[in-house]
Ligand binder design. Sequence first.
Ligand SMILES: *Cc1c(COP(=O)(O)O)cnc(C)c1O
Length: 454
Amino acid sequence: MRYYGTRDKSAAVSFARAALEGLAPDGGLYVPETIPRYSSAVRNSLSTMSIPEIALETIRPFVAGEIPTAVLEELIEEAFNFPAPLVAVGDRRVMELFHGPTAAFKDFGARFMARAFSYLRRNESKSLRILVATSGDTGGAVADGFYNVPGIDVTVLYPKGRVSPLQERQIAGLGGNVSACAVEGSFDDCQAMVKAVFSKPEVRSRHLLSSANSINIARLIPQAVYYAVAAGRAWAGKTDPEGPATARLRAGQSGDGKTAGRVLICVPSGNFGNLTAGLYARKMGAPIAQFIAATNINKTVPDYLISGDYKARDSQASISNAMDVGAPSNFERMQSLYSHARMAALIRGVWVDDKDTRETIERVAETHGYLLDPHTAVGWRGMDMLEAESGPLGDASVLISTAHPSKFAEVVEPICGEIPLAPALRQAMDRKVESVSLPPKADALIDYLDNISL
Ligand SMILES: *Cc1c(COP(=O)(O)O)cnc(C)c1O
């Protein structure tokens, strides 16, 4: 498979190059030249295949010729090593993507990307250093994804005293190949330091540096996997564990290409990587009819879907803060797939404010005894809004749950009372923080890098 930048389709590169480079030279994002299709045998078996089996069928064509199948199987086994149950909540299905080491869906992308990088660099003698600036969350998922992965070191910069105790342990508690710098400044300072270092050729000649931000194509592709899993299971009326789903599967009614494509999937969205991966899964042949893109007040994309006019703006703070994105990077990828009219037919945009998000967390806890984190609650509310307009969505509607509620305890606990920490997060809380304090200066980061690689 070849990849090209969203802004200049002339220069195609390999998967390895697209992944290790991150951003395309045209300043755009790498996209695959074509979206492969599942065979009809795979399409018909999505409801019964295991997650690693679906992962293999999904990812293989994107890395064909570069990662052999046997190796890919191993990478998948290590990356997809936690469950993603589809549970019934009322008459909806919720795909819980928060059972990984950092209790949010970004574990899927980060874990696969880390192992893919390691394999693609297997013949290099010098190890690669991933530099990440984080305001709290992304750094933890990236650090954890690369932890103990051979041939790769990670340095995470975070604003000192401005991340939660849990986030700090996720970033600075791993040790080993992950080092952490507590910057005496803001997240913007951290980002500026990383940018400055990347722009200095003399530093880059001493250190092999790379980034691992959310626009990396190697993070996006593995996320298509759980859409195929969710749609296949939901369409067949299956939930895990054996739930009260009504059986929708009648002889000859699914997967024959005529009636496939019936599942509605709601995606809480910020930078729109998650939703873009869903679009890929649908193009591959997962039985998805439509998407709901649910945002908080950062409603750039819902506004675009209505008006056809794309207006990026500054981010506004909300309680679903991992979705506070006013200029979503992955919009360029969505636009490379669909015209406004097609996109608006395929994706329904809705947006939800903090008051309604809190009200939804409370109501769903009372009605169903099910706890939503603030991001997933935005999605639940989005589905309510569509239901109010056009009637019940039915049991073939799936909400993508992006994080465990305990990860956002500061929002959820004042509404629902004390909740137990997710097991993975409880383990992280036992770690000891080890970080180096740095003044908010690029030179300080350069000295630090020179010192640790001595
Ligand atoms: C990153 C994140 C999102 C947004 O995902 P995008 O791919 O940026 O749209 C939603 N919820 C949580 C918990 C996240 O961490």
